[in-house]
Design a protein around this ligand. Structure first.
Ligand code: ADP
Ligand code: MG
Length: 712
């Protein structure tokens, strides 16, 4: 889709003028100087539209006038009072007090004391003449049995009630920004909202009783009841749907454009592939064959590939990745595979190098730890094309790494990449094909919103002969039995993992708990039989321990993070996980995948004393199924979207209005809607198409679209 075309300048890069008001700086508002603008900018953004996406969190009803007698501490009370007396403070620390009495309540009238701290008495004496009537509104406090109100939020003269908002919208606030001013600013913005052409389907609007966009914004900022604040209120649903449709449209457009991006064909006769298949000690599963064919179809085509390959732990992604890389090699080009950690890169390198040696292909490992002369030689070989396949960490993409002819990049276990980063990455090579692999099952909602720009393959079958893992929840009171069981297993020659939670690398107490556990287990099972790896160790120390575990010298490996045990040790079939409730379900699932590689059925012990219902349900979900997708859906349901993939920290997957926990149904509709729209009107030229462009600009999808546009 070409970007919006400005009719006056005939340029394609301009945002439509109808949105100018919304994208104007907050400094254009009356009452906002440079200082306040800075505060707003840091808090919610520098433009009017940023303020509009700052939706209210509450509403105060100042209409009610219950008798003071029935009001509780902490409630907002509004009512008419008669001023009785002023109590001037004797020390600066005491408040200035104004004693008042509920008006028009006769014998029912209660007294209330208005407290003013650090306020000059003169102005108060003028504002509250004794005997006068005032209407006040503010929060009630109870102190020594007396009703108080500190600094009433509103004080108006009797008969001037219209000076107080009947319903006051409450916004989330920060230091320096108060609710009254924010309300005033919002009123200014809302009063000047442009009427935008309707971009939503008429039938959908009727069916869901959506207000139009402008009305929806006005309603969202002027809630009448707390129900209007719910994400399911019609105004909020409308705005959420707008956002989701913008998201789905832009991803579908990017995907469509990428698909049409000229690449290079890596079509080949498949000689290397056949050789490797013959050398493999097993046959590919049907799912592996199907996925490999899907990838090859893209590689062979004239267009660039952007594909996501999803497969559960142990489903055999690595060998599929390798087989697909052989296409690049057979065409005389290079391929690179990037892993998220050193250890995983090394493990890939071992597997791949071993297999490649049998068919005469040159591989190399490049990580940040390869330095000096070795690195220089490696870089020279890469640049000269002497290396066919390079395996590494993100060190692969530092600037001094030059390829002779990089045609294909595989990113393993990288789910923290947004659309823009994926586009950048692919620019490293020359018309590079890109495959992103992930073992973390991605629920459909996230797949749609975060990976909607990629086509997608799934290995939905494990290689034959995998035994199920038995998973049990065990309270700490039964530690002795666990140790007993472990002793028996170790005696019988099995290896085991003992995992302690260390969510943040900086959590000192967690680390010391892990070290204490390690020392205890060493005393029990023998000093040389127990090893420890944790995130704070140096890379080479970790490697030494991991190697010893792989070789079987170490029988029991105490580890603090899941990724560190991402190594393939078929003889390890037991895992004990402490404080299992502190792990993400996807993490637990990954971890359990590590003990399924051997001939013996695995045993996974989840140690936990957690009693909360959510914790129980989460752990039970792990015990009930080994289906990574079901676990991911459950995790998403119980914890919310971002955490499944650990994306909350990376700020990825963030919507302004939509909340996937509530609006996932809307997302599915938006996804279908987007596909249909682009099928009927690929260039968004129809009347509705023009309106949809405004929607895309409104949600700032123009940057993504422009980048695709420029790349093509
Ligand atoms: P993933 O990367 O998807 O977690 P791997 O590629 O590491 O899985 O494969 C896990 C194990 O399964 C490896 O030891 C691999 O050699 C083996 N494997 C892969 N494909 C098959 C297959 N079709 N049949 C039997 N074993 C397989
Ligand atoms: Mg793997």
């Amino acid at each position: 889709m070409p970007p919006y075309r400005n009719k006056k300048t005939d340029k394609y890069t301009m945002r439509p003028h109808i949105l100018d008001h919304l994208f104007a700086s907050v400094t254009t508002l009356s009452g906002v100087g440079p200082k306040y603008a800075k505060l707003l900018e840091n808090f919610c953004g520098a433009r009017l539209i940023d303020l509009l996406w700052h939706l209210p969190s509450g509403v105060i009803d100042r209409r009610c006038n219950t008798a003071l007698k029935y009001v509780n501490k902490g409630q907002i009370w509004t009512g008419k009072v008669r001023i009785i007396e002023h109590i001037v403070p004797r020390t600066p620390k005491q408040p200035y007090r104004i004693v008042a009495e509920e008006a028009d309540k006769g014998l029912m009238a209660e007294q209330i004391i208005l407290d003013y701290f650090k306020t000059f008495g003169n102005s108060l004496a003028r504002q509250f003449p004794v005997g006068s009537h005032k209407i006040i509104s503010g929060k009630i406090d109870v102190f020594n049995g007396a009703l108080h109100m500190a600094h009433p939020e509103y004080v108006v003269d009797d008969g001037a009630i219209e000076q107080m908002p009947a319903l006051e919208t409450i916004y989330p606030l920060t230091v320096g920004i108060n609710n009254k001013i924010l309300n005033k600013l919002m009123h200014q913005i809302l009063a000047n909202l442009p009427s935008l052409p309707e971009w939503q389907d008429e039938r959908l609007i009727k069916q869901r009783s959506f207000p139009d966009f402008k009305t929806a914004l006005q309603l969202a900022h002027n809630p009448q009841t707390t129900d209007d604040l719910l994400p399911t209120a019609p105004a909020r649903m409308r705005l959420a749907y707008d956002e989701l449709l913008a998201n789905q449209l832009s991803l579908t457009i990017v995907r469509g454009r990428l698909k049409k991006q000229k690449g290079r064909s890596l079509a080949n006769a498949g000689k290397l592939k056949r050789k490797l298949l013959q050398a493999l000690p097993y046959d590919l599963t049907a799912a592996q064959k199907r996925v490999l064919a899907e990838i090859e179809h893209d590689l062979f085509s004239e267009y660039r590939m952007f594909r996501l390959l999803q497969g559960d732990v142990g489903s055999g992604k690595t060998v599929v990745a390798l087989l697909s890389m052989l296409s690049a090699v057979e065409c005389g080009a290079q391929a690179a595979i990037m892993a998220p950690t050193e250890i995983l890169a090394q493990q890939h390198a071992e597997t791949i190098t071993e297999l490649c040696a049998t068919i005469g292909i040159k591989t190399a490992l490049l990580t940040g730890h390869i330095k000096g002369k070795a690195r220089q030689e490696l870089l020279a070989d890469l640049a000269a094309g002497k290396i066919d396949i390079v395996i590494g960490t993100h060190a692969l993409f530092t600037e001094d790494v030059l390829f002779h002819d990089l045609a294909y990049v595989i990113v393993d276990e990288q789910h923290r990449f947004g659309v823009n980063q994926r586009l950048n990455l692919s620019q490293k090579g020359h018309q590079c094909d890109v495959l992103v692999m992930t073992a973390t099952p991605i629920p459909r909602t996230l797949l749609l919103t975060q990976f909607g720009d990629m086509t997608y393959s799934q290995i939905d079958e494990l290689p034959p002969g995998r035994k199920p893992v038995k998973t049990v929840i065990v309270p700490y009171g039964k530690m002795a039995q666990v140790i007993n069981m472990l002793d028996g297993k170790l005696q019988a020659g099995t290896q085991a993992y003992w995992v302690c939670p260390l969510v943040e690398e900086s959590e000192k107490s967690d680390l010391s708990a892990a070290i204490t556990r390690y020392e205890g287990l060493r005393r029990l099972f023998g000093e040389d039989k127990v090893g420890l790896v944790h995130g704070r160790m140096k890379e080479n120390e970790k490697d030494a321990v991991m190697t010893a575990f792989k070789n079987g010298q170490i029988k029991l490996l105490v580890a603090t993070t899941v990724i560190e045990v991402g190594v393939n040790v078929p003889n390890a079939t037991v895992a004990i996980i402490e404080h299992a409730e502190r792990f993400g379900l996807a993490q637990l699932h990954q971890l359990r995948g590590r003990i399924k590689r051997g001939n013996e059925a695995g045993l996974c012990v989840l140690m936990s004393d957690a009693s909360s219902q959510i914790a129980q349900m989460r752990l039970q979900a792990i015990c009930n199924t080994e289906d990574g997708f079901m676990i991911a859906e459950e995790d998403l349901r119980l914890r919310g979207g971002g955490e499944v993939l650990g994306t909350k920290q990376s700020g990825f997957g963030h919507f302004k209005v939509a909340d996937l926990d509530v609006h996932s149904g809307l997302l599915l509709t938006a996804s279908r809607d987007a596909a249909l729209i682009l099928q009927q009107d690929p260039n968004l030229h129809s009347l509705r198409g023009e309106a949809l462009r405004i929607l895309l600009y409104l949600f700032e999808k123009d940057r993504e679209l422009m980048q695709t546009y420029n790349a093509g």
